[in-house]
Design a protein around this ligand. Sequence first.
Ligand SMILES: NC(=O)C1=CN([C@@H]2O[C@H](COP(=O)(O)OP(=O)(O)OC[C@H]3O[C@@H](n4cnc5c(N)ncnc54)[C@H](OP(=O)(O)O)[C@@H]3O)[C@@H](O)[C@H]2O)[C@@H](O)CC1
Ligand SMILES: Nc1ncnc2c1ncn2[C@@H]1O[C@H](COP(=O)(O)OP(=O)(O)O)[C@@H](O)[C@H]1O
Ligand SMILES: [K+]
Length: 489
Amino acid sequence: MKKILQGAQVKELDAKHISISGQSSQELMEVAALGFVDWYVAQDQFKEYGVLIFVGAGNNGGDGLAIARILTNQGVQVSVVPCFTDPDKLSLDASANWELLPKSVQLLDFNELKYEGDLVLIDCYLGVGLTGTLRESSIPIIDYINEFSGPVVSVDIPSGLPSETIHQGLAVRADYTVTFAFPKLSLLLPENAEYVGELVLVDIGIEEETSKVFDSNFYYLEEKDIPALHKSFHRFSYKGDYGKILIAGGSPGKMGALILCAKSALRTGTGLVTCHIEDSERDIIQTAVPEAMASWGLIANLEFYDSVGIGPGWGQDGRVHLLTQILEEFKSPVVVDADGLNILARSKELLELVPKNSILTPHIGEFSRLVGPAKNHLERLEMAKEFSVTNELILVLKGANTVISLPDGRQIFNSSGTKYMATGGSGDVLTGMITSYLGQGYEPENAAICGVYHHGLAGELAGAKKRKGLIASDLIEAIPETYNLLDIS
Ligand SMILES: NC(=O)C1=CN([C@@H]2O[C@H](COP(=O)(O)OP(=O)(O)OC[C@H]3O[C@@H](n4cnc5c(N)ncnc54)[C@H](OP(=O)(O)O)[C@@H]3O)[C@@H](O)[C@H]2O)[C@@H](O)CC1
Ligand SMILES: Nc1ncnc2c1ncn2[C@@H]1O[C@H](COP(=O)(O)OP(=O)(O)O)[C@@H](O)[C@H]1O
Ligand SMILES: [K+]
């Protein structure tokens, strides 16, 4: 899994990579520029566009000059706007790429900028080398980029955005940010979404091993990390091997949440699902999910189950007794969501009963009730870490780039998912998936990671077809496709 370092550590990371790989810094810049161009030319929406590249004097500008050369050689019409006064002031690698710039590239003076036709503006003005507050001289440049009528793509980071903090001042507001090696923390903060646009990560071949010596609790979860975390089953596996799970949820008028959760667990691979419900709701669950069994009253034989999911659509009134029974009698980790979390927030003494390494899946509202209100996402991350470490629990803080907070202090940002998942019932589907993996015998950490990643991927697959027409049931139907895509059997 990639470590998320600080922007200021990028130079050290490069130096380490260079000493291990034997690659020169200019070659590394070339790899980054080629990676950017590969992504760029694959974007159908830019097919008929020329490009206008703003370049600064540092290595971010160097990337831009290399991109200008490579795109020109691929037949794209390229103009460059140098945002520096003297080419002698360029960084070493930027200077080398300045010398290599093809003669056919048009150099445009920022003060006399006039352009015609469909253009994409590529922002290579300032990267992670930004220090302190933005200088006066940068303001007209960033204003110009922000007033540009066409699409804006920022390279590595939107110019003017600091690498680690929540920003409220002037910075480029990009439609896309194509970042290198690892996503900078600021690109993952919801408060900065208006600057970042869509986030794309380009791998530039720096081994994960290289960042081991750097101190960071933040990690970025990608598709390549997933297959190794899955358990494989053998030819003679029977339904008991895939887990027997209990879901305590649903209430009159909110049975849908439980139905989504149960179906999702079945599609994730669980062998046997039992739904613990109110007597009056028996017909609904048996009709909507014939594959599931139902139980009611006090729970008999809790030890029969491999995992328990608690909360979707449950309601809070009259549930404390049942929740206490589960937490006292079920000795393995459980999954707690929705009203299960709301009860814990109201009756904090129950928190001590929650088995260690259980997985709690709050959205921001539930987090605020359970752990406390946060000023911003950075503070929320810090509070989540403290909560996970102190209580030895796994917190899955849901949202775009869901964060998995582990009892050892690591915090993992998810890369999969789409805005189309912001629809009622998406969270119930996630609870079913994580409970399913726990029941299949996955370590709690892996159950949370696989659940969160596959859930987001199911969202991407369903979202590609249904866009804003996506509903939570579409996520469930897309779960099997995620196994095909990652070749998980
Ligand atoms: N491993 C990787 O990820 C790789 C990273 N690579 C790339 O390197 C980039 C980092 O490059 P970097 O360190 O040269 O700095 P960069 O971002 O160009 O900024 C320096 C410029 O900003 C200016 N400036 C500073 N503060 C300012 C302010 N407050 N207000 C205004 N201006 C200010 C500063 O001016 P100066 O102080 O020198 O006068 C100088 O001109 C990184 O983002 C990525 O794109 C790839 O090439 C390869 C592999
Ligand atoms: N903009 C978004 N980008 C990616 N994922 C999202 C986004 N909005 C919501 N999600 C995901 O959808 C799910 C919503 O969960 P939740 O808020 O509990 O919904 P519900 O209570 O309706 O089931 C979470 O897993 C969250 O990560
Ligand atoms: K930039």
